[in-house]
Design a protein around this ligand. Structure first.
Ligand code: AR6
Length: 172
């Protein structure tokens, strides 16, 4: 199926991707609201999201769990906990686990279009260049195992992160 998967990088807001079945939250271990992506997603989804997530917490770096999307414009939200750079080790493998586990979970749930933010590159301090390289590597390596996913979109907040991810994915 891998030849049928479209890869996109866009500059934008992860809470504003209404054409995607599922978006991924750069979560905290307790699956509570927070800063950055987690704050934006919980604000957009409404208070029921924290309630729905509570029984699934805590999660470990690299884990991915799924919830309803409530007031977000998607069918589902996947919550993954990125590594704190150079604290949760090996950081590259744990970051790769975030992407791999999120993609496999979405695929099992028969979701076909998925959006990711740049996990761990905000509060968790992962250098964007290195994170982009890990993301590109893991996405390409897991594609052959995906049977439902047709579109993987990276949603980058800043123009410099957008340029870095495009370069890592070889998108002109
Ligand atoms: N849409 C897309 N990207 C965004 C958005 C948005 N709305 N907001 C921020 N970014 P972060 P982490 C970018 O900190 O490093 C939270 O407090 C941001 O510029 O959200 O995995 C949680 O509660 C950065 O490039 O996630 C956790 O405790 C990237 O998304 C912790 O931070 C990730 O930044 C998770 O830290």
């Amino acid at each position: 199926m891998s030849e049928k998967i479209n890869l996109e990088c866009v500059q934008g807001d992860i809470t504003n991707q209404s054409d995607l079945d599922v978006v991924v939250n750069a979560a905290n271990a307790q699956l509570r609201t927070g800063g950055g992506v987690a704050g934006a997603i919980h604000r957009a989804a409404g208070p029921k999201l924290e309630e729905a997530c509570r029984p699934m917490a805590p999660i470990n770096p690299g884990d991915a769990v799924i919830s309803p999307a409530f007031d977000m414009p998607n069918k589902k939200i996947i919550h993954t906990l990125g590594p704190v750079y150079n604290v949760d080790k090996p950081s590259d493998q744990l970051l790769a686990d975030c992407y791999r586990n999120s993609l496999m979970l979405a695929d099992r749930e028969k979701l076909t279009t998925i959006g990711f933010p740049a996990i761990s590159t905000g509060a968790f301090g992962y250098p964007v260049q290195e994170a982009a390289e890990v993301s590109a590597y893991v996405v390409h390596s897991v594609m052959a195992e995906l049977h439902q996913i047709a579109l993987i979109r990276f949603v980058l907040f800043s123009d410099t992160d957008y340029a870095t991810f495009r370069k890592a994915f070889g998108i002109k």
